[in-house]
Design a protein around this ligand. Structure first.
Ligand code: FUB
Length: 348
């Protein structure tokens, strides 16, 4: 595979030495491998919508092909300290007419008593699209739509509900997540390399996307917009700024009237955040929220339960393998000035 000497995505552990680690938290689930936890409070309970990691015969490659997930399970907790309940398999790739493989990080939302599971998967042309499946219960099972969301592409959908019940989907992921291939608005299939269509280092970084969802929750109500991330001088974060540029794993929460857009920096392994006054941004970069976990990927969600904010995240404590992850949770604190106290997942 063509590759311009950038580090191989998701092929190795990050800088954390797995022989000497301590952990801030223990895995929530031991019965299977889980990752990319999207947590929400529905019907007064915590529900978690994670990826379901599995051992794969697909060789590790620069596009994350070994993240070859086939289905989703839903989990719930009566309270943040309660046991986790597995509601079983709620959607299988075989049930999704348009999807071929790689069911990556999902999210869920509720409207008018219906529940929507949003998920990325590769279609028959090996292009990531975002699908939606519907249920009358937050614990599923979910019935998939016949086609992906019209105009959708790339990975990692995250749906945020604003105060008046409007829903916004944020999404995107570069390299294996293919976001860079959509720079012109059409899929660039000129190269198999996940790095080929990135901007020059001094150019603005590839922007994640946002679109308001239609009332039916299964369509965008508008053309996708760029989510602009600025530094504190008001300049766009550039592509070469790997410590701060968007990579994948978008999430939005709102605290004290401010919108917090958080995301993974990928090859620098942090979860960072930026703040703004509108769900569309622009967002101004603020700092690191979660330092590198054990494993290459870092992916999170943030949810308020019983008056306390929690961070859900994953690492590879149970397997030591970067594609066999386990989810965790820990309290998250907003300080008086609105900043988020940085969390060290290794307990330092
Ligand atoms: O789980 C597969 C991919 O790895 C997710 O979509 C990314 O965010 C990363 O966690």
């Amino acid at each position: 595979m063509a590759c311009n000497n950038k580090p191989v995505k998701q092929g190795t552990q990050n800088k954390v030495d797995s022989t000497e680690v301590t952990y801030l938290n223990e895995p929530l689930i031991h019965s299977s491998y889980t990752a990319d936890p999207s947590a929400h409070v529905f019907e007064g309970k915590l529900f978690i919508y994670p990826s379901h990691d599995v051992a794969s015969e697909v060789e590790e490659d620069d596009t994350g092909g070994h993240f070859n997930m086939q289905d989703y399970h839903v989990y719930s907790m009566e309270s943040p300290s309660a046991a986790v309940v597995d509601h079983g398999k709620v959607l299988d790739v075989k049930e999704v007419k348009w999807a071929k493989r790689q069911m990556w990080a999902p999210d869920a939302a509720e409207k008018d008593g219906k529940y929507f599971l949003y998920f990325p998967a590769k279609d028959t042309a090996d292009i990531f699209r975002i699908g939606v499946a519907v249920s009358t219960s937050p614990s599923g099972p979910f019935e998939p739509m016949d086609k992906p969301i019209s105009g959708s592409f790339s990975i990692d959908p995250a749906v945020f509900m604003d105060d008046q019940g409007e829903h916004y989907m944020y999404w995107g992921g570069i390299w294996g997540g293919q976001l860079q291939k959509w720079r012109t608005g059409k899929y660039l299939s000129t190269s198999d390399s996940p790095y080929a269509d990135e901007p020059e280092d001094h150019q603005p970084a590839i922007a994640p996307k946002v679109a308001r969802l239609a009332n039916n929750m299964v369509e965008f109500s508008e053309e996708p917009r760029d989510v602009i991330i600025l530094d504190k001088s008001g300049e766009p974060i550039v592509a070469g700024d790997h410590d701060r540029r968007f990579f994948e794993a978008a999430w939005v929460h709102k605290h004290a009237g401010t919108y917090y857009f958080s995301y993974s920096t990928g090859d620098t392994h942090n979860i960072v955040y930026a703040t703004g006054s509108s769900p569309y941004g622009p967002f101004t970069y603020q700092g690191v929220l979660l330092e590198p976990v054990q494993g290459w990927t870092n992916h999170h969600s943030i949810v308020k339960v019983e008056g306390q904010w929690y961070l859900f995240y994953h690492d590879t404590q149970l397997s030591g393998k970067t594609h066999l992850r386990n989810i965790k949770m820990t309290p998250l604190e907003h300080q008086d000035d609105g900043s988020i106290a940085t969390i060290d997942p290794m307990g330092g």
